[in-house]
Design a protein around this ligand. Structure first.
Ligand SMILES: [Zn+2]
Ligand SMILES: [Zn+2]
Length: 80
């Protein structure tokens, strides 16, 4: 267990049983949908801050938001 000098508010909110974001300790709300290979997606867990929405049912992690520019572009144009 780690305690922060200012009160440890971060760990209080996150139970071990809860899945937290792959990038921080917030609760994850989505998984990265980037396709790494056929039938396999990244599945990085993403909180509201770290998910990059790209269309209705598509989210990317920070790594893949920029490696799949075609998908994002479609989303921004509303064609995804
Ligand atoms: Zn996060
Ligand atoms: Zn990813």
């Amino acid at each position: 267990m780690t305690r922060t000098p200012s009160g440890g508010a971060i760990l209080c909110r996150t139970r071990a049983a809860r899945q937290h974001c792959s990038f921080c300790y917030h609760v994850s709300v989505a998984l990265c949908d980037a396709r790494l290979e056929p039938g396999k997606t990244c599945d990085a867990r993403l909180c509201e801050r770290h998910r990059v929405a790209a269309g209705r049912d598509r989210d990317y992690c920070l790594d893949h938001a920029f490696t799949e520019p075609d998908q994002l572009e479609l989303a921004f144009r509303g064609e995804a």
